[in-house]
Design a protein around this ligand. Sequence first.
Ligand code: 1OR
Length: 291
Amino acid sequence: SRRAAISASVMTEDDVEDYQRKVIRKDAPTMLRLQKAVSDNVLFQHLDSEELTEVLDAMFLIKKQAGTEIITQGDEGDNFYVVDAGQLEVWKKDDGADESKMVLELTTGGSFGELALIYNQPRAATVKAKTDVQLWALDQDTYRRILMGSTIRKRKMYETFLEKVQILADVDKYERLQVADALEPCTFADETNIVKQGDEGDDFFIIVEGTAVVTQSNDKGESGQVGELGAADYFGEIALLKDNKRHATVTAKGEVKCVKLDRETFERVLGPIEDILRRNMENYQKFTGSA
Ligand code: 1OR
């Protein structure tokens, strides 16, 4: 056929990409561990099966001892990293400053090293192992080809929105980007109970668009509205911070668009503002009943 003739004579973009494909051999337990790490991580959620295979093939495990520098500020970029296990510290030396400062800690599920690859600039900070660590690494080519676009799009989409979320307004811009990376969009139809008082809960929500009504029932079985939430308001944190139980029912009033974080991601990316969340929690109005 005509198509076959063309593809036989012309090297298409896909051919070039296939030609450069990286396949790093891994034993079965390592591959299983990688598959689990990737399926738990929102960064990889949107990939189609071909892209996923390509990423899994290209990723490789790195083990480093406590104290090792994985990335050095000012160096040229090579890999992107996802933390499989252990803790790391990010140190940054500002222009003109004498010493570098610790600016962020990273743990399982976190990722780093994307800035130099996205913007083709020197490493913006130093990342070093605080404990012994295991990391998944991905080379720059594969990162740029498969993961970069969605990260850029998502960061653009949520960057300004997250500035309007009061609890996030004062955190560092880069921390907001980490939150943006981790968000999962979800939509609820009118009258859906998004969370239900008494249920166990593992998700934290921020409303992007729409309105939700908060109701609470007391021990006499009476219930009433205690609040109304709109865009940039959050809910679902009490179950995550306190006792695993939903303390109120939140119901969609019309269609509601939210973004959510699961427990592990909530702890990882909102750990730095846990105190603020706890303080705000004390200010909730409680439904006591009509009498
Ligand atoms: P990279 O390729 O520049 C260092 O290599 C990585 O550290 C960087 O990508 C980020 O993935 C990660 N500023 C710059 N880079 C940071 C920061 C950071 N935190 C983590 N990285 N700041 C920390 C904010 C909490 C800003 C400090 C002013």
